[in-house]
Design a protein around this ligand. Sequence first.
Ligand SMILES: C[S@@+](CC[C@H](N)C(=O)[O-])C[C@H]1O[C@@H](n2cnc3c(N)ncnc32)[C@H](O)[C@@H]1O
Length: 224
Amino acid sequence: MPDQPTRARAPLSDEARFFKSWLGNPKLLGAVLPSGPALAETMAGVVDLSLPGPIVELGPGTGVVTRALLKRGIEPRRLILIEFDPSFSALLETRFPGVRVVNGDAYRLAATLQGKLDSPAAAVISSLPLLMRPEPVRAALLEEAFGLMQDRGAFVQFTYGLASPIRRSPAFIAEGSPRIWRNFPPARVWAYRRPGSAPPIFPGGFFAKLKPQAANGRRADANG
Ligand SMILES: C[S@@+](CC[C@H](N)C(=O)[O-])C[C@H]1O[C@@H](n2cnc3c(N)ncnc32)[C@H](O)[C@@H]1O
């Protein structure tokens, strides 16, 4: 009997991939859908292109923010992506030639990057679902990121919440972007830098004007 023709399986869309991963581990993903281009471009826009050195992305997922970073003209070899989900890591490897992908735990930042940074990083761009972790873990991540970055480097994080997902402190400046309505759900980008490092990133950001505040509480359904 002749072989039955095998039906080619259509590749999954990024939305379907993301949703499938979310079903398997909602706390790891922290969002049901990948970020939209407006949010990704706002995050990538925080990177100071005058600074040399690697750019570390935490929780790249299917690579929307990675794509926005590359679109800004950042060379692929400067990017190091840390992704916990092995299927996303494999996808990123094939999707972004020349970009280094580390399948590992971004919350153990220094250990995961051990021996991988040839100079201090210019920026750490995070889409991790930070609010799934207790406040001391978030603060420790920021501290580790500052330890790996040059003085003018920025730690960038998005959130669906109203407040900074990391409790403010005199040790750093926290600046919030205007709310990005063209994202589902609407989100805000936060940039954390050492005091006095550079002019404001989001001059129009309402929250940029506020005094130190309490951090967001934990939310079961929210990112950052
Ligand atoms: C909200 S998704 C963001 C994905 C993508 N950057 C975007 O904006 O669409 C969070 C991502 O963080 C990853 N992630 C969660 N915990 C992680 C960890 N400890 N280390 C590395 N990646 C992690 C998830 O697998 C997921 O890809």
